[in-house]
Design a binder for this molecule. Structure first.
Ligand code: SF4
Length: 328
């Protein structure tokens, strides 16, 4: 039986961090064995909020591909491509925009949120308003059966489904409505306890070497009320403990009990976490070294991804044109 198709993408806006790895990439690596996966480096999406400064875009595209490959995405088991290499997506975006009411785009919750968050940046643009529409084209062009999403992205997927329904009701059944493949997102705090984010400078990059990982763990905020080892600790307010929950789940209970009793010290606790993280990041670093030293392999992966993606995309666009009577 043919495998169900999945589509997802990431913007090339700079190095990924461990939070991105746990929040999405680790899941993608698992999905590539069960589904026919299309993973896009969505460079057009990067322009919707970053059109003024594109000097790093090319480097970021390659950096993101290396992050993916180091995480374990395998070009033999999934399709990785650059969005702007598949021009058919732009055509589908244009055609679908003809049937999509503006109000549908204005009511996407992240649109208003981002306008507020990015206040001061001139993003009251046609492209930014339309980015959920571009996402719809990204997904529908492959007739993806599923889209891996967290709860917060459900409104975007709902828009895609509505657009497909509207198209099908006007022109006949061409575009299947994709389903959500809800993924449990493991939330990793930054080293200062806030949300992990490059812009806060509290992240641990996926590309960090062991020395950087150890340094970052040293910077983590622990229980501020615990001055001496014998003081009873409160693991629930400690960033180190939040990391242990994810990376040392089999002994997290033991760590918490030792902390509460004042028997387990922060120095040892941080050392254990740094060892664990270094062990986890080691295989990623090895794959990273391999791909970073072979730029021609990166070119080949993107070229093969482009060819496969365009084959499917061309078929869908042809069907859409025919249904809309654009071409005989
Ligand atoms: S022992 Fe570990 S969990 Fe407890 S406060 Fe120190 S670092 Fe945090």
């Amino acid at each position: 039986m043919a495998r169900q198709r999945i589509m997802s993408g990431m913007r090339p806006t700079g190095r990924l961090h461990l939070g991105n790895y746990l929040g999405a990439l680790e899941n993608w690596v698992r999905l590539q064995d069960t589904y026919d996966c299309f993973f896009a480096i969505v460079d057009w999406h990067a322009l919707t909020t970053g059109y003024e400064d594109t000097k790093d875009l090319t480097a970021n595209v390659r950096g993101l591909l290396v992050d993916w490959l180091s995480a374990g995405l395998d070009p033999e088991r999934c399709t990785m491509y650059l969005q702007s290499d598949v021009k058919e997506i732009a055509e589908l975006h244009l055609l679908l925009s003809m049937i999509t009411p503006i109000a549908w785009l204005e009511r996407v919750p992240t649109y208003k949120e981002q306008l507020q968050q990015l206040e001061g940046r001139e993003i009251h643009t046609y492209g930014f308003l339309g980015y959920p529409m571009l996402q719809a084209a990204d997904i529908l062009i492959f007739k993806a059966g599923y889209v891996p999403v967290g709860e917060d992205q459900l409104p975007h997927l709902e828009l895609t489904r509505e657009v497909a329904r509207r198209f099908n009701s006007i022109y006949g059944p061409v575009l299947p409505e994709p389903q959500a493949l809800l993924t449990e997102v493991k939330l990793l705090p930054g080293v200062d306890g806030r949300k992990m984010s490059k812009s806060y400078g509290n992240d641990i990059p996926m590309s960090a070497d062991e020395a950087v990982v150890r340094q970052k763990v040293q910077m983590m905020i622990t229980d501020p009320a615990r001055i001496r080892k014998a003081d009873p600790g409160h693991p629930d307010v400690c960033t180190v403990h939040a990391f242990h929950k994810i990376f040392s789940s089999e002994r997290v209970q033991e760590i918490a009990e030792g902390c509460v009793k004042g028997a387990f010290g922060c120095v040892q606790c941080k050392r254990d976490l740094a060892d664990r993280l270094a062990g986890r990041i080691g295989p990623l670093a090895e794959r990273r070294r391999y791909y970073e030293s072979r730029p021609e392999v990166l070119d080949d992966i993107l070229a093969a991804g482009r060819d496969k993606a365009r084959k499917w995309a061309a078929e869908t666009v042809e069907e859409v044109r025919r249904a809309m009577r654009i071409q005989q």
